[in-house]
Design a protein around this ligand. Sequence first.
Ligand SMILES: [Zn+2]
Length: 247
Amino acid sequence: MGRTIIGKVRDGVWQLNEENYVDSWLVTGSNEAVLINSLQYNTDLYDRIRSITDLPLNVLLTHGHGDHAGRSLEVFAHHDVPVYMDPADGFLTGGLSFHPLHEGDLFDLGDTVLETISCRGHTPGSAVFLDREREYLFSGDSVGSGGFWLQLPHSLPLASFREELIKLMKITENMKDLRIYPGHRYQSPVQLNRQYLNDELDLINDLINGKETNKTDVMTAVGQEIVFARAHRGLLLDFLYDPEKLV
Ligand SMILES: [Zn+2]
């Protein structure tokens, strides 16, 4: 089981950190609560959450990777807690059943509403959850966590992700105090904010336009050898992408 530390970071927002590696977020309202992602190895997450809140609960997944859609999902299913995920990521999770998640789906917790925004790129079904009122964005790996993986075989081309990023930036353009709560806070020693999204778009534009090129390297991930290149810009400290999949 993964050792998990839970800390309250804001009114109604808890960070659940496993092994200083991956984060989930619990958001509570006056009537309901949601858990955003379910860590990797932890199996007592349901009990830990029930020690914080008795509110009706939904689990929302930003995507289907095993470090965010982990072992505790079976426990939540056993307790009849609905789990939502974009069906486009179903191929990543091997047999678990989900409630389909779509862009625009609203989760009304009472005094807090979370809005689903598709943000496909890291995986074909990646999504983020936006609290417009408080300007909080729960993003999993969808925009990265200071580090960002877009080099995976099932990641979308850079230009496709760029459209999603521009859409997200338009939706949040008046949110001066936007706070990003990503899937791996250890990668982001500073609070990620609008500047992070600006830096990401800036870099991706330069890569697509050929203003920046980087040498390629090879890594093993998801059971195969992957050719990738590495870049960084501002708050985006480490960006891995496939130089053959710019558009
Ligand atoms: Zn991921």
